[in-house]
Design a protein around this ligand. Structure first.
Ligand code: NAD
Ligand code: TYD
Length: 352
């Protein structure tokens, strides 16, 4: 058995697949176990290039099932857990909040329990690393930034479920001595992003000449980080982060939605050899998301000073690579936008 076995949950999803790939390629002497339920957002096509590697194992299963998790923990003796599995889309959380409680809260508590059951005789050398989001801090006025000390103020069912899971992670550290780490990252973008989220949804609609639904006035601000930079941060924090600490991760790259959509339209017109202005004509303002957080802005100076991490991909380069990936992977896009997704899209945007 490999000396160091790490459990990554949600590894078939957007960020998880980049984390799995990084760990499998960078650490050939670790065994990486990817546990994923393969919901609508999980897709093993994301991992085709590494699935045959000898240090990679996929286990299909649901973190809502504690007895299954206990069995997996006793089958492999995990050094650590990097926990990404979650329901991740704010709009879906407005319609189906219970699903978010079950996976994000109950699922996280189940994982903590299974880890405790396995590690309780000696927690030394173990790590439970929980991947959280900047959305747990709520919305911040222009000029302000979230730091690790900013009080949690979640404002959507998604962010409420993530904040609750963060607090359970901290409760297990406090009561059991579980060696935990938490990171809270801003909005990611890049290849393999499911096209329900802003950037891939817009790319997909531009390709198909469909309206580009901008919520409200498009004034909301998000900080965007290239997904591979998030995966690098997770690597650094897993290996060198101080146990018990929270680390913010951000791109220092704030964009108003409407400006970002215009930029994307310009990039797409160029790539698709359409006349300038063609894609922008598809922009359609639609009814705002209820309780839409105005601005997320993150101060990641703790991670930068303590662990020396910095974003390495600037936005024009990252966006360019992202668009190229979607144009080169029409098959992937076609697969994930069939069936379930089409129904979701129709019901989500029908009344807007
Ligand atoms: P995603 O929706 O693309 O992937 C989630 C993965 O979790 C999927 O593979 C899915 O099959 C799996 N999953 C869902 N429910 C499960 C269950 N009950 N049991 C086992 N597996 C299950 O999400 P993502 O965007 O890659 O986000 C990953 C993590 O990072 C989440 O915890 C999210 O809150 C956090 N995060 C995301 C962003 C972002 O911009 N996407 C930013 C900060 C933090
Ligand atoms: P999203 O990608 O859903 O991420 P989050 O809500 O977690 O930040 O949305 C990013 C921003 O884009 C958010 O302000 C909502 C907005 N948005 C639209 O204007 N139109 C859309 O079709 C989507 C999906 C999002």
């Amino acid at each position: 058995m490999a000396e160091r076995t790490i459990l990554i949950t949600g590894g078939a999803g957007f960020i998880g697949s980049h984390v799995v790939r990084l760990f499998v390629n960078q650490y050939p002497d670790y065994r990486i176990v990817n546990l994923d339920a393969l919901t609508y957002a999980g897709n093993l096509e994301n991992l085709r290039d590494i699935e045959q590697k000898p240090n990679y194992t996929f286990v299909r299963g649901d973190i809502r099932d504690l007895s299954f998790l206990n069995e997996v923990f006793s089958r492999y003796s995990f050094e650590g857990v990097i926990h990404l599995a979650a329901e991740s889309h704010v709009d879906r959380s407005l319609e189906q909040p219970t699903e978010f409680i079950l996976t994000n809260v109950v699922g996280t508590v189940n994982l903590l329990t299974a880890a405790r059951n396995q590690w309780k005789s000696d927690f030394r050398g173990h790590r439970f690393y929980h991947i959280s989001t900047d959305e747990v801090y709520g919305s911040v006025e222009h000029g302000g930034f979230f730091t690790e000390q900013t009080p949690l103020d979640p404002r959507s069912p998604y962010s409420a479920s993530k904040a609750a899971s963060d607090q359970f992670v901290q409760a297990f550290a406090n009561t059991n001595g579980m060696p935990v780490l938490i990171s809270r990252c801003s909005n990611n973008y890049g290849p393999n992003h499911f096209p329900e989220k802003l950037i891939p949804l817009m790319i997909n609609n531009i390709i198909n000449n469909k309206p580009l639904p901008v919520y409200g006035k498009g004034e909301n601000v998000r900080d965007w980080l290239f997904v591979k930079d998030h995966a690098r941060a997770i690597d650094v924090i897993y290996h060198r982060g101080r146990v018990g600490e929270v680390y913010n991760i951000g791109g220092n790259n704030e964009w108003k939605n409407i400006d970002l959509v215009h930029l994307l339209c310009e990039v797409m017109d160029r790539k698709l050899k359409r006349d300038p202005g063609t894609s922008a004509r598809l922009i359609t303002y639609v009814t705002d998301r209820p309780g839409h957080d105005l601005r997320y802005a993150i101060d990641s100076s703790k991670l930068q000073t303590e662990l020396g991490w910095q974003p390495s991909v600037d936005f024009p380069t990252g966006l360019d690579q992202t668009v190229d990936w979607y144009l080169a992977n029409a098959e992937w896009l076609r697969h994930v936008t069939s069936g379930d997704y089409r129904q979701y899209y129709e019901s989500m945007y029908a009344g807007r």
